[in-house]
Design a protein around this ligand. Sequence first.
Ligand SMILES: NC(=O)c1ccc[n+]([C@@H]2O[C@H](COP(=O)([O-])OP(=O)(O)OC[C@H]3O[C@@H](n4cnc5c(N)ncnc54)[C@H](O)[C@@H]3O)[C@@H](O)[C@H]2O)c1
Length: 365
Amino acid sequence: MGIDLTKFFNGVYQGKKVLVTGDTGFKGSWLALWLTEMGAQVYGYALPPKTEQDNFLRCGLDKRIVHQDGDIRDRDALEAFFARVHPDMAFHLAAQPIVLESYDNPHYTFETNMMGTVNFFEAVRRTPSVRAVVNVTSDKCYQNNEWVWGYREHDPMGGHDPYSASKGCSELITRSYMQSFFSAADGCAVASARAGNVIGGGDWAPYRIVPDFFRAMKENKKLIIRNPDAVRPWQHVLEPLGGYLLLASKLWTDGAAYSGGWNFGPVETNNATVRELIEAILEITGSGGFEVPPSEMAPHEARLLKLDISKANTQLKWKPVLNFKETVEYTVNGYLDEQNSSDTHYENRVNQIQSYLESAVKLNL
Ligand SMILES: NC(=O)c1ccc[n+]([C@@H]2O[C@H](COP(=O)([O-])OP(=O)(O)OC[C@H]3O[C@@H](n4cnc5c(N)ncnc54)[C@H](O)[C@@H]3O)[C@@H](O)[C@H]2O)c1
């Protein structure tokens, strides 16, 4: 028996109808699972899971929530789903989230991430039951000057590669809908949430370092690392999700006071190079390996990008809970659990949420 999850976030999620786009993905499936454990009725809208090993299927979410396969670019289908569900709250996570894929397919990336956001807000606008909305974008939404300071919420939007630019656009779209259609009087409070690279069990997306490592390990191969010295702000998936849930609960109880953009980045001590991350993973797994090929021309990818989290810290009382070592431990345990053939994946994810929240309580969060 762990702690009672329904009590967290002022208990606002219990009995609420919560619509999550992108529920079949890495972050969306964890969010759907966490919401379910808090007593929410979860309704998901996304493309179908890509493989049998996706977190959504491994955790049996297809049987625990109401999911509809659908394309975020299909405005009519999305609006019909909102009209059928009448959700109280909505989280938007459906997106093409991979930078390298955005170089291969910029048109699809812009269409999904920009027009998908427009379609999402059109559906919200036409569904009066919705009172709290969080659009999940990215730390890459900022114009990246590669400077040493953290980006703050009012810094200019930008983006060099198509993915980053599409997330900057998603932010501008959010702001436009917020200012044009969702005043406090309309009763729907809207916010956007910006987080960096997240890691954790259940992520099998291509071109991501941790899934790539575990894929290689399964095949007894060495991981090829393109940019070993790139510094990234590593964060466990539960950290930003806790931020999104806290933010939406405040939007629900206090409305427009919490509208706007919010950074949910890690503390600076969680910044580490790709090489340091993989070495920390190897220390736990004891198997797998990596090699660095001679330098080659790689597409431009932003270097260091830090988020200033003072706003979330002071106004939401949110801050990261796990240090770098714990982040890696949670992540590796999450992946190693998946190699276990027993049917306890859902319970193991819930255990991680419980132990994460226990640590948060100890920090008075
Ligand atoms: N994972 C990270 O490190 C990270 C970092 C910053 C921001 N984000 C953002 O978080 C969100 C979720 O990312 P993720 O890592 O879970 O990605 P993911 O690829 O695991 O999941 C993406 C989800 O979006 C859905 N989707 C994609 N294209 C769609 C379309 N055309 N129509 C309907 N659904 C579609 C997929 O079906 C899936 O459910 C994205 O908005 C992403 O940009 C992720």
